[in-house]
Structures are given as C-alpha cells and as structure tokens.
Design a protein around this ligand. Structure first.
Ligand SMILES: Cc1cc2nc3c(=O)[nH]c(=O)nc-3n(C[C@H](O)[C@H](O)[C@H](O)COP(=O)(O)OP(=O)(O)OC[C@H]3O[C@@H](n4cnc5c(N)ncnc54)[C@H](O)[C@@H]3O)c2cc1C
Length: 410
C-alpha cells in the first residue's frame, strides 16, 4: 500500500494509456485510419479507473456500450439498406483491436456486431427487415449466443437442448452454459436439436437456429443465472423449461442450422483475434514504458536483456499474428474460404496476447499484481482467449485434420 501512495504522488509515473503502436500499413487506408482515431478518442473517456470499478462489482459497462452504439461502431457490419454502415470484417477488426489497444474491453458488446450475421446471411427478407434496422440503431440488442451446453462442451453436435414443433410454435427444453451477455440482450441466437441424433445420418444434421425474443421468454420458460468468473464477463447459464416460441423465429431451413452457426464462427474468430492483437499492443506499451521508467540498481530495468527479450519476443509474435488476422479479414471480405486463416489467426493472436501479458506482469514485478496498474485485470481478461470462443487444442485439431490431412483424433 505504501508503494501505491508513493506512486500516486508521481515519484514513479503511471504509464501513458494514450501511447500507441502503429498498425501495419496493410490496413491503414483512409477509412480505417479515421475509424481507428475515432475509436481511440472515444476510449479516452473510459480509462483504467472506469474498468477497475466495474471489475470489482462485476458490473456491465453500460456507458461504454452506449457510447459505442451512439457512434455507430457496433453496426458497421450491417448493410446500409438496414441502417448500418456496410463495412467489412477488416474495419470491424480495426474497431475491436483499437478498443483493446486503448485498455478497454469489447467483450461486453462485440457480439452485437457479428451475431446478426446469421440473420443477414440466412434469414428471410421479412426477418431482415424487421430485426436488422433495430439492431443497427441499438434499440434491439442481439448479443446472446446460445450454443455451448454443460454436458456437450466443445462437442457441439451432441448438444441436448431440443426444439419440438407444436402447431405454429416450437417448444424449447434444455440448458445452455456460458451464454454471455444474456442479461443485457433482447434477442438470443439459439442452436437446438430439431431431429433426434438417432434419426440423422450425420451428427451435424438435425440442428436448427432460432432467433429468440428473450424479453418475452423471461418468466415464461426462460431462466437466466449469472456465473461469476475470474474476469468481469457478464456470462450466464440459461434454462429452457417448455418455452414456447413462434415457428417464424426459425432462421433458414429446419435441421440445417449447424452450418449457419459455423459460417458465423469464422467471423467471430477473426474479430476476437483482432481484440487479442489490441491487448498485446496494450501490454507491450505498458511493459516498455515501465521498463524504461523503473530504476533498480541505479539504472532502468529495461536495460537488462532479461527484461527486454520477453517483451521483444511477444512484440514479434504480435506482428506475425497481426498479419494473419488482417490477411484472414481480407479473404473474408473478398468472400473467399477462410477456415484455415480464421483459425490460425485466432491461435496466433491469442498466443501473442498471452505472451505479452506474461511479459508485462513479469516486467512490473510486484506492481503487476496491484489493481491500480490494470495489468492484473488485463492479464485475467487475456487468459480467456486460450479457451473461448474456441480452445487452442481444438484449433490445432482443426489444422491437423482439415489443413494437413491427418486423421481426426477424436
Ligand atoms: C467467459 C466465457 C464466455 C463464453 N461465452 C460463450 C457464449 O456467449 N456462447 C457460447 O455458446 N459459449 C460461450 N463460451 C463457451 C466456450 O466457447 C467454451 O468454454 C469453449 O468452447 C470450450 O468448451 P468447454 O468449456 O465445454 O470445454 P470442454 O469441451 O469440456 O474442453 C475442456 C478442455 O479439453 C480440451 N479438449 C476437449 N476435447 C478435446 C480433444 N478432442 N482434443 C484435445 N483437447 C480437447 C479443450 O481444448 C479444453 O481445453 C464461453 C466460455 C467462457 C469461459
């Protein structure tokens, strides 16, 4: 505690949040440069103290999300005809990367950007007209994504939640876990089994996607329970007990939902990877400034190669991952297949941010553990991306099987 007071008096300067690491020139066109500086400006109103206070209470960053919504950053992927700005995944990645680069966290709302992609790509004209403009304006929040279940985990096609047709309705029964932002969402994209496993030839068949009105469903068969986690993430478990929803909540064709979900997951992987790049830049800024400022044994600790090298190595990892992230984003925007690139980008970016996080804590010594420095909070936040939205092992399995042609291991 003594040391913290000492720091507050300015004897050791707190690192400057606004210092930045430039992005590679390949994404620095006029639009993206303008987006980046507008996001950076917005983030100035949400400095470390804001996030620290929320973190202590595990509270939702309502003001931050509202500010992003008002500035139009969460609707960039929605076509202009539905009220968005019709930009691509590259620009969306720039936004999320910059949010994290500035020490903020987009996990509270990033799904509002991309979950609607399933409706856009596979929904009917009527569904698009009725939902997308309201999602673009922020009046409707579609940021709950109900896929993972407690018993099936990564093995998505073994999920047990069922949707049974009954006249003009479906009746939903089952449970989801880790349904993030469910308490802060009006709509949920839900994956449920509409045909029993015993009746399908492939496990990926017989699953369907629904756009569920959560406000109507609450207290009518939908129960949401928050899960406290090591970082502030607003995640929950949700229970469906004979929840009746209109049949026109079905997106696309019945029993074909798994591939709709998969197509959205590649976009999600690129965008989360961009967040990891932003985190890695934030950690690296913080590390280098502290390494230069901190005087021990009569000189800055950053003069020691033992301090420099892990920071430099993580920086190099970040730069390589950044290339892959924006390469994947460009392919996505060009409509090319991106399974390999999206997965590789997520793997490399999550590893780079974790290496930068580890170097940052080590560089800060004891202060790496002090709440006031934000390092320990960002460290907890960065750890998630080794596990979600897809774990490192499952990406390695994907590359082994689908890219390198080795036998499926499970
Ligand atoms: C904070 C948080 C937020 C989340 N938000 C959402 C959300 O909004 N919506 C949603 O649907 N899900 C969400 N998830 C779920 C997330 O996608 C899963 O946690 C993740 O996919 C891993 O699934 P699991 O936790 O069931 O792990 P499991 O599938 O039980 O796996 C446990 C470990 O075993 C490893 N493993 C499993 N099978 C194999 C194999 N064959 N080979 C090698 N290793 C294997 C995994 O890599 C993992 O490390 C969230 C999770 C967290 C923690």
């Amino acid at each position: 505690m003594f040391n913290l007071i000492y720091i507050k008096k300015g004897i050791i300067d707190m690192p400057d949040e606004n210092k930045s690491i430039e992005t590679l020139s390949l994404v620095q066109d006029d639009t993206n440069s303008e987006i980046r500086s507008s996001v950076a400006k917005l983030c100035q109103d949400f400095q470390g103290e804001y996030w620290r206070n929320l973190d202590r209470e595990q509270a939702y960053p309502t003001e931050f999300v509202q500010s992003l919504t008002d500035s139009g950053f969460l609707s960039v992927l929605i076509p202009e005809q539905y009220g968005g700005s019709g930009l691509g995944i590259t620009s969306a990645s720039v936004i999320l990367e910059e949010i994290h680069h500035r020490g903020c966290n987009a996990a509270a709302c990033h799904a509002q950007m991309y979950t609607m992609g399933t409706v856009l790509r596979h929904g009917s004209d009527e569904q698009k007209k009725s939902y997308l403009p309201e999602i673009a304006s922020g009046k409707l929040r579609l940021q709950a994504f109900g896929v993972t279940e407690p018993t099936s985990g990564t093995d998505t096609t073994s999920l047990r939640t069922t949707a049974t047709k009954d006249g003009d309705d479906y009746i939903i029964n089952g449970q989801k876990i880790w349904t993030s932002r469910a308490e802060h969402s009006d709509l949920m994209l839900l994956l449920a089994r509409t045909k029993p496993l015993s009746e399908v030839s492939k496990k990926t068949d017989g699953l369907s996607v629904f756009l569920l009105d959560m406000q109507k469903a609450k207290n009518n068969g939908l129960t949401i329970k928050p899960i406290r986690t090591m970082m502030n993430h607003s995640t929950t478990e949700v229970f469906f007990d004979n929840l009746r929803i209109p049949a026109d909540n079905l997106i696309g064709e019945e029993n074909k939902g798994f591939r709709y979900i998969l197509s959205g997951m590649n976009a999600e992987r690129i965008l989360i990877a961009a967040e990891c790049i932003g985190d890695a830049k934030w950690f690296t800024n913080k590390s280098t400034q502290y390494a230069n400022d901190r005087q021990i044994f009569g000189r800055s600790i950053g003069q020691n190669q033992g301090i420099q090298f892990p920071i430099a190595r993580a920086y190099a990892q970040m730069r390589a991952a950044e290339l892959m992230v924006y390469h994947a984003a460009k392919l996505y925007d060009d409509g090319k297949p991106i399974g390999e690139e999206a997965n590789t980008a997520k793997l490399l970016a999550a590893d780079a941010s974790w290496a930068a996080a580890e170097a940052c804590v080590q560089t800060h010594g004891g202060f790496g553990f002090a709440e006031e420095y934000d390092v320990e909070r960002k460290f907890r936040e960065a750890r998630l991306y080794q596990v979600a939205p897809i774990s490192t092992n499952l990406i390695l399995s994907y590359i082994s099987e689908h890219v390198l042609g080795m036998k499926r291991s499970y």
